[in-house]
Design a protein around this ligand. Sequence first.
Ligand code: PEP
Length: 257
Amino acid sequence: MNHRYRKTIIAGNWKMNKTLTETKAFAEEIKPMLGKPKWCEVVLCVPYVNIPAAVRLFKDSRIAIGAENCHYESHGAYTGEVSAEMLKELGVKYVIIGHSERRQYYNETDFTVNKKVHAALEAGLYPIVCVGESLEQRELGVTMELIAYQVKAALAGVPADKMRHVVIAYEPIWAIGTGKTATAEQAAEVCESIRVVIRKLYGARVARAVTIQYGGSMNAKNAAELLAQPDIDGGLIGGASLKPADFTTIVNAANQE
Ligand code: PEP
């Protein structure tokens, strides 16, 4: 973490979890526990249907609400889809784009990720852009090249002045939901390489200011070590974000001066 140059952001990704009733119970439990963290921003990315309630429930807290996906068009004949503009109007601040589960199950490609990044920025949302390698790709030794490609493809055509709204999440696919966490060294190495790619694209000032999260089985036990790495500016957290106590512990690990 490096508060001097960039924001630390802890974002929960609820995926397809929690009903409206469970969302209300979660809010009641976590709000007094979490207080008002000073050194990090806290985000909860929740299922679309829970967004209006979540915005209302967390209005008086420091928790911003995010979505887990959006469409790349602003409107049109796309049955079942939701646009970035619709999310913005509900009070959403962040949107996860290119999560590996969407790449794996819903045909998300680097091309659609790029279009969605543009749509999110156009609507005034902050995209959390996910990149990450599979176990096979790591074993083949192509992680750095692949991540550089994914970052460049996602950011194609994004001007430098919009980069202060972009968050990158490094999420090795083999670590998501598996209980296998990248070591602090592995995570730090890739996050640092992402900053190098951004420096080459946009220069040192933009690279220094961009928030780069780690995601992949981050939990109450391993968060502090991961977050202590200078190029890891927060986390994207799945499983552990469903439990108020665990999520609070992770936020507290990030909320250090
Ligand atoms: C995620 O969904 O982005 C994620 C990192 O999940 P988990 O923390 O459960 O591995």
